[in-house]
Design a protein around this ligand. Structure first.
Ligand code: UDP
Length: 318
């Protein structure tokens, strides 16, 4: 297939592009490099430096069989202070992309949605038909796009899949997390280990066994593979949604303990205030993806994810 990957210079997008190429697909990446990195785009991919809002000219030049749409703003805290940015980049940007797909006859799309659409779940593991009550404009923007895809599929017959990621971790083929600002637990923990600083734990009084938040960590290569399977399985006139996680939760303290094991470094911790909008426990049920897509995470061990993230951090130190 000829596949356009929007946001293919980012952490997850670059791994998706790499896995697509490894599977024999032709890949074009479009990215405005607002948060992505040019050197994360695989050498064998075509690269177009542009915003998703300008995607029409890229689509007009080449015939694509499908699009994997990852380009988005993705900072929860920023979405609270600047909700308009999330409306413009995530919601309006995707609306433009869908119009362009219609014009050019491209009828297959896989979208990077998020566990953030569920907000504070009433129960775990979370299935796809759980209530969607996002706690912030970032989650709301992902949900708005999911709904847009549902409508687009029924009205215009496209084949659409939303993949709702839980906590993506690890690295693949020298591609890893390089966010600025970095907000995610694993890279921040590894950075603290290197710098000999304590790692901040956002809240130690959650109703969990050790008082810290529990999340479902999933390897970035496993996430990427789900995109390839979803591209193949997408069916015309249908929008499907899949949660992607391992179905097992780890607390912040368990992640820090994994980082101690992996790095062999002293790592102290300091409990600070809760971060606004953090649910106590988020764990996915990915039964639907396993059943429909025949997807199975191949790197489910937390230590392996932390180890891959650590290898990436160390490589960039050299
Ligand atoms: N967290 C933390 N300290 C940090 C960064 C994150 O305690 O420096 C916690 C955060 O409150 C959440 C978990 O680690 O419970 C995972 O946060 P992350 O930002 O990595 O992912 P999220 O679950 O927000 O998508």
């Amino acid at each position: 297939m000829k596949v356009l990957v929007t946001g293919g210079a980012g952490y997850i997008g670059s791994v998706v592009a790499t896995r697509l190429l490894e599977a024999g697909h032709e890949v074009t990446v479009i990215d405005d490099l607002s948060t992505g990195h040019r050197d994360a785009v695989p050498d064998d991919a075509q690269f177009v430096l542009d915003k998703v809002q300008q995607v029409s000219s890229t689509l007009g030049r080449r015939a694509f069989d499908g699009v994997v749409h990852l380009a988005a703003s993705s900072l929860v805290a920023e979405s609270i202070t600047d909700p308009q940015k999330y409306e413009t980049n995530n919601v309006a940007g995707t609306r433009h992309l869908l119009e362009a797909l219609r014009t050019t006859g491209i009828s297959r799309i896989v979208f990077s949605s998020s566990a953030a659409v569920y907000g504070e779940p009433s129960w775990v593991p979370i299935e796809e038909d759980a209530p969607t009550v996002p706690l912030n404009p970032y989650g709301a923007s992902k949900l708005a796009v999911d709904q847009m895809l549902d409508e687009e599929a029924s009205r215009h017959g496209i084949a659409a899949v939303s993949l709702r990621y839980f906590n993506v971790a690890g690295s693949y083929a020298s591609l890893g997390e390089r966010h600025d600002p970095e907000t995610h637990l694993i890279p921040l923990t590894l950075r603290a280990a290197l710098d000999g600083r304590p790692v901040d734990i956002f809240g130690g009084d959650y109703p969990t066994p050790d008082g810290t938040c529990i999340r479902d960590y999933i390897h970035v290569a496993d996430i990427a593979d789900a995109h390839l399977l979803a591209l193949g399985a997408a069916s015309p006139g249908t929008w499907r949604v899949y949660n992607l996680g391992n179905g097992e939760g780890f607390s912040v303290r368990q992640v820090i303990a994994a980082a101690r094991r992996v790095t062999g470094l002293q790592l102290t911790e300091r409990v600070t205030a809760r971060r606004a909008g953090d649910p106590a426990v988020l764990v996915a049920s990915s039964e639907r993806a396993r059943r429909d897509l025949d997807w199975a995470p191949r790197r489910p061990e937390l230590d392996e994810m932390v180890d891959d993230a650590w290898n990436f951090v160390q490589r960039r130190q050299r």
